[in-house]
Design a binder for this molecule. Structure first.
Ligand SMILES: Nc1nc2c(ncn2[C@@H]2O[C@H](COP(=O)(O)OP(=O)(O)OP(=O)(O)O)[C@@H](O)[C@H]2O)c(=O)[nH]1
Ligand SMILES: [Mg+2]
Length: 196
């Protein structure tokens, strides 16, 4: 898809408001806080400041919806595993995400982001279990690959694949800052839209 327009639509804090925006095919980005969800979204639409990014984990606290080409919605989900989050914040997070996965009729695909430098966390594994249970199709994206050498990256991708129990060919490796791997993510999105 050639991006012609990309705009912020709304931020959602309450799951009950989600149904108002359940109108276009949706692609959601999940992963632990600071993994690079908002940066990836910006890189995909080639707009540096569309989704707010920050080196402070926990920047995205709400579910943010962006519209691309008036055709699809990107959903930037708040990150999990944010160390400083209070119990009630964590509960709000679970509630919002849970309601979203259970009720969204337009959610076509979830991109699960993991940092290419780290082993997937327990929370990542929980997220995958969740997606299996709700039968939501997903793709794993390894982020920040500019931080590793080629050899390190190859090793780490193999490590990620085996700990997640998937084939290494099923992981898309990206760098949002160097704009690597964007066309592979778009390919997944384009294929999904064709099926709509
Ligand atoms: N080197 C490098 N840094 C990146 C890349 N992607 C993101 N970052 C940095 O990682 C930090 C977090 O990025 P965000 O996109 O805000 O992460 P997020 O997953 O949206 O974080 P939350 O909103 O807190 O859940 C920022 O300082 C980014 O500049 C990348 O591809 N390469
Ligand atoms: Mg974010």
């Amino acid at each position: 898809m050639v991006v012609k327009s990309a705009e912020f639509i709304t931020s959602i804090a309450n799951a009950k408001d989600l149904s108002n925006f359940d109108i276009l095919p949706q692609f959601a980005f999940v992963g632990r806080s600071n993994v690079g969800k908002s940066s990836l979204l910006n890189a995909l639409v080639q707009r540096n400041k569309l989704a707010k990014t920050s080196s402070t984990p926990g920047r995205t606290r709400l579910l943010n919806i962006f519209e691309v080409n008036k055709k699809i919605h990107f959903v930037d989900l708040p990150g999990y595993g944010f160390a400083k989050a209070s119990k009630s914040e964590q509960q709000n997070w679970q509630h919002l995400i849970g309601d979203y996965f259970e009720n969204s009729k337009q959610l076509k695909h979830v991109f699960v982001l993991v940092d290419c430098r780290h082993k997937p966390s327990e929370k990542d594994e929980q997220m995958l279990k969740y997606l299996y249970i709700y039968q939501i199709p997903f793709t794993i994206i390894a982020t920040k690959i500019d931080k590793l050498s080629k050899n390190e990256l190859r090793n780490n991708l193999n490590m990620l694949a085996s700990s997640l129990g998937i084939g290494v060919a099923n992981i898309i490796a990206v760098s949002s800052s160097k704009k690597i791997g964007m066309e592979k993510v778009w390919q997944v999105i384009d294929e999904k839209i064709e099926q709509v």
